[in-house]
Design a protein around this ligand. Structure first.
Ligand code: DC
Length: 238
């Protein structure tokens, strides 16, 4: 149970949204950010960006073994930056100046990202990018370890989940809408594999923080979820 400091301005808070992949964390977090005037930060995009970088430079082998020495060396000069360049001013990720929003959502990156995200040096690299948001605050951040590791002092923590099949279907529809032709069973397998890797890695594994509120949205519309969060924010804030 968390308690809001009534004097704290909502604009200065951190909302941490963690949970399984394809639970709609990003869409939900974006809507919360726009409704409450907060900045949205997609931390998974940063792990995806590092994965794209590692993949392009052949630091990831066929069996997903990683040349960590070369990757760590590469991280020293890698620039990953969010810029508000989207059609409605939403932030998009750039790798050394190149827009990579589309590339980081490919099945190839999705199938490798958990291996990259398990590396302590990569987590340190991403955490160093995220740390600056802790100074300014006023953010909604979604990921796997935001409420447990990155910002354990976040004022509001939500842990999102849904059944693997529902999540795979969401991802499948997203890919189809982008003109890709995925195999549903492969997408489902990828969702389950990523759950396993995220939950069982040694560094910052995915787990629900003790003070995070559970949101299982298997049977909820986005409007249901917005009503749910609005009620929580009203109850605890106003
Ligand atoms: O949210 P996403 O599916 O875009 O995340 C991509 C991968 O990055 C996912 O396998 C877990 C990892 N990740 C992480 O380990 N920690 C975070 N804070 C965010 C993402």
């Amino acid at each position: 149970m968390f308690v809001f400091n009534m004097k704290m301005k909502k604009e200065r808070i951190i909302i941490a949204i963690d949970g399984h992949s394809s639970t709609g964390k990003s869409s939900f977090a974006k809507l919360i950010a726009s409704k409450y005037g907060l900045i949205y930060v997609d931390t998974g995009a940063l792990y995806r960006g590092v994965t794209l970088f590692a993949s392009r430079n052949s630091f990831i082998g066929k069996d997903n073994t990683i040349d960590t020495v070369s990757l760590d060396e590469g991280l020293k000069s890698l620039s990953l930056q969010f810029k508000p360049s989207g059609p409605s001013g939403e932030s998009e990720l750039y790798l050394n100046g190149e827009l990579i929003e589309r590339e980081i959502r490919s099945l190839e990156v999705s199938s490798k990202v958990s291996f990259i995200a398990a590396l302590p040096s990569v987590r340190n690299y991403v955490d160093s990018i995220l740390a600056k948001y802790g100074v300014e605050r006023g953010v909604v951040m979604d990921g796997r370890d935001i409420g447990t590791v990155v910002f354990p002092d976040a004022e509001l923590k939500i842990f999102m989940t849904a059944s693997a099949r529902v999540r795979a279907m969401r991802r499948y529809r997203e890919m189809t809408a982008r003109g890709e032709n995925p195999d549903f069973e492969e997408v489902l397998k990828n969702v389950e594999e990523r759950d396993f890797l995220d939950e069982n890695r040694e560094t910052a594994p995915l787990r629900r923080a003790d003070d995070a509120i559970l949101l299982d949205n298997s049977d909820m519309t986005i409007q249901d979820q917005l009503d749910w969060i609005e009620k929580i924010i009203k109850e605890r804030w106003n």
